[in-house]
Design a protein around this ligand. Sequence first.
Ligand code: A3P
Length: 313
Amino acid sequence: MERAKVIPKSYPSNVLNKNWNQRPCYFKKNSEKFLKAVNEMEVRDDDVWLITLPKCGTTWMQELVWLVLNNFDFESAKQEHLELRSRFLEFDEVLYDGEGSIIKYSTEMKSPRLVKSHLPLPLLPSQLWTKKPKVIYVFRNPKDAIVSFYYHLRNYQITSFLNPTDYAQDFINEDMLTHQHFLHVAEFYALREEPWIYYTSYECMKSDLRSVIQDVCKFLNKNITEAQMQQMLHHLSFEEMKNNSKTNHIWAAQQFSRKFNKEIGDLRFIRKGKVGGYKDDLTAEDINKIDDWMNSELKSHNLILNDLLLQNN
Ligand code: A3P
């Protein structure tokens, strides 16, 4: 994919004190209209924004937050595709005109909206940093996210890589992408103590989903009964979500298939759901190379992986 350097339209200097002129920002080429529309998008006070890097457990958290925001309405959740209950901004590029019409769909949504995006902090709407609605960020060990991404691209037939090894190698070599990976998380990690930010990890969700649900309820000022908690734990379990036709992005796959005239067989968006699953797919040599890349990136941001994964407490 061709990428271009993007100069953000507004700098969130009121939340992070840094030299934004030196903040590398790259996005798909010719995306000016989309990025402008996002930058100027109206943010609502009662919005909830879910920001992640791809394949970090976004869908899992999206379903969780939607249910908390909608009084644990499991029946409605089972009836409508998640992509239609909670809009993903970057679908604009994939499914719509690439010029910001997704904003129209988001505007039509009733409050409270749950908006999903993988955009880095400086490319998000400028009102986010003044209105400060609730923002949730989920991080995941990049080794698992890289392997997960490889299978995702294979599912949609949008990669020519034939195995995770080649994909991982390309991923860590692509300067524009790799430098942004840890910057993406570093900026939200730096904001994690802000009362309008909830920062967590896929690993936390796997090890103690109940606590994450409790945290999200507290963060969004919602009560949960023990009966609702039991339903949540069941509904959000890997097996349930894997077999749920409304959480496997089937609607998006159908749109994609129609738009690009591609046959996408039995899409299983929810795939393996493991921490450390990368070990089944990557060789020792791949893992060493990714570790070297991660260590150098972490060092340059003065970060420790286990801190980012919240695995030190
Ligand atoms: P794997 O490909 O490693 O299985 P995203 O939604 O950000 O694209 O993340 C997708 C990843 O989250 C996939 O990882 C998917 O299987 C995993 N996932 C989704 N729902 C899950 C659940 N209920 N339990 C565990 N993992 C889940």
